[in-house]
Design a protein around this ligand. Structure first.
Ligand SMILES: [Zn+2]
Length: 559
């Protein structure tokens, strides 16, 4: 039997996206300084795993600190100190109402399941649940603050004394160790795996640090201490010998034996695939490899080298953080992805750009996109235009659509933007809710040209040409004395574009120009060269017809 030595090394090798996400997570948890990064593998000294549960849970607590209810709970303390320092001289009704709202949140969070599961682990004489329950603040009556200011302040002061006790409790070292981690177990960690160890329903009470240690760390150490020469089976991931096939993949979300899953990208695990305890511990790091914003997770499987895998996912984490400085929105995971890919490409030459697999976690399942080189180049060429689509959107069938994620989604699915452009113009033309300017629609048309150029080698029209066509469309409609007639021509052109009927489009156009006694611009002859030119020119023209004036064109935006 081999004794474990402090300087023993464990190797983890890149494999499929699932292992790669786990390895990336392991590096995130331990920190790059604590592992040796090779081209296709990492080496971790065994000593790093001695108290692995501490760094493990701490990683999630720190990484998602900003979104945590625990942070929100402690946030009022600063406000409280301010009021006390100020001796309540600026205390207003607004402050009172805010305090009341805060108390509602405090009680709601403080009595939620994750909090209640932690309290028994804290060796304190404070009955925190009882304390939270006892906290009450009467509603402020009309003019009460103005008429009985002293009484009201006295009431708040009394309440602050209770809050003080609450903060003392929540700032205990043991509460700080357990609570933020417990919160992340149910908001992040369980997105990667479930129904095992501390995540098992029956095991939800008790010390999850200990449970994690017992279940994952100790069994790995025991495995390493045992003799394996006579083992008949092998781990299906790392091929280390194993005695029994008792560790299955079923605890990993969406990768187990779930026979109901039919999506093609899913893993086809057979019933006779088993893993070793080392790999099992590794797989618990999957949620640390993904970047989550609320219910959306993202992992980029850039497995070119291990360093590139770590760098691209680090970029996404940093960009999510940066983009969410003011506000956290799930659509920003897309923006973070795009920014990161653009940063990456700026550092590579055009020749080096490689296909990249993107894995998204949404609605409790994984979605896979392969971003081929031509899409990556489209994104790169559109780097100035894409950010201009932030905050743009429209409402269709009472559902909100945000342009930025929908454009990225279309591109990632290798789909042109004509359908989306059509939808916006249609809603705009029929007086629906659209928060998208003509200028933004033009940006979409340009991005779409970048896409078509890469996909089918379409010769794109220059931005000035596109702009000229839009302008012509705008003034074309102005020619109509009867605005409604102009609108109806716009809608008919839009329909001809939708059904891809070039002849109908040209008929409407020629008739209208004749009616207005004007000459048809020469670029419309290009409509017949191919579908892409037809639609690009057509949508530019209709954007002008339907859209508002650009500043230089004068007129009223609200016309
Ligand atoms: Zn293994």
């Amino acid at each position: 039997m081999s004794e474990l030595a402090e300087n023993d090394i464990i190797e983890f090798r890149l494999n499929s996206w699932l292992e790669n996400a786990a390895i990336c997570g392991l590096v995130n948890i331990l920190g790059e300084d604590h592992v040796t990064i090779k081209n296709q593998s990492i080496e971790v000294p065994l000593s790093e795993f001695v108290n692995f549960e501490e760094v493990y849970f701490n990683y999630f607590a720190k990484q998602y600190e900003k979104l945590s209810s625990f942070t929100k709970i402690l946030a009022y303390e600063a406000e409280m100190a301010r009021q006390q320092q100020d001796n309540f001289s600026h205390f207003t009704r607004k402050d009172y109402d805010r305090l009341q709202k805060y108390l509602t949140d405090l009680k709601r969070y403080g009595t939620s399941n994750s909090y209640k599961a932690v309290y028994p682990l804290i060796e304190s004489s404070v009955d925190i649940e009882g304390l939270l329950k006892s906290i009450k603040l009467d509603k402020l009556k009309k003019n009460e603050l103005e008429q009985n200011r002293e009484q009201v302040v006295e009431r708040v002061k009394k309440l602050y004394e209770q809050l003080d006790k609450v903060y003392v409790y929540f700032k205990r070292a043991d509460v700080q160790r357990y609570l933020p981690a417990k919160i992340q177990i149910y908001s992040v960690i369980n997105k990667g795996y479930s129904d095992v160890s501390f995540l098992n329903r029956q095991e939800s009470k008790g010390d999850f640090f200990e449970k994690y240690h017992q279940y994952f760390v100790s069994s790995m150490m025991n495995y390493l201490n045992e003799e394996h020469k006579k083992d008949k089976l092998t781990c299906s991931n790392c091929h280390r010998p194993i005695k029994k096939g008792d560790l299955s993949y079923s605890f990993i979300n969406q990768a187990g034996y779930d026979a109901n899953r039919k999506q093609s990208n899913a893993w086809d695990f057979n019933n006779d695939l088993y893993m070793c305890p080392i790999c099992r511990l590794m797989y618990t790091c999957i949620p640390a490899g993904f970047t989550y914003v609320y219910n959306q997770g993202l992992f980029v499987n850039d497995n070119h080298t291990l360093q590139s895998l770590i760098d691209v996912n680090k970029g996404i984490r940093l960009n999510v953080l940066e983009l969410n400085k003011t506000d956290v929105r799930s659509k920003n995971t897309y923006a973070a992805l795009i920014r990161t890919l653009q940063d990456q490409m700026n550092r590579q030459s055009r020749k080096e750009i490689q296909d990249i697999q993107v894995i998204r976690y949404e609605n409790e399942r994984y979605y896979f996109n392969l971003l081929p080189k031509h899409i990556l180049r489209t994104i790169n060429m559109s780097k100035e235009k894409l950010p201009q689509l932030f905050n743009a959107g429209f409402t269709l069938n009472s559902e909100s659509h945000y342009l930025y994620p929908e454009v990225v989604d279309s591109l990632m699915n290798n789909t042109n933007l004509f359908r989306l452009i059509h939808q916006i113009l249609r809603v705009k033309a029929t007086g629906g809710q659209v928060y998208t300017s003509s200028n933004q629609i033009m940006k979409m048309i340009e991005i779409n040209q970048n896409f078509l150029k890469e996909l089918i080698q379409m010769t794109p029209l220059e931005p000035q040409e596109l702009e000229r066509i839009r302008r012509d469309g705008y003034f074309f409609k102005k020619e109509y004395a009867n605005k409604r007639k102009g609108d109806s021509v716009g809608l008919r052109l839009l329909n001809a574009l939708k059904v891809n009927d070039r002849n109908a489009f040209m008929d409407i156009l020629l008739n209208s120009y004749m009616y207005l006694n004007k000459q048809v611009p020469h670029y419309f002859t290009e409509v017949f060269s191919d579908d892409e030119h037809y639609k690009t020119i057509g949508y530019c023209f209709v954007t002008g017809m339907i859209g508002e004036a650009h500043n230089a064109e004068g007129g009223n935006e609200n016309e």
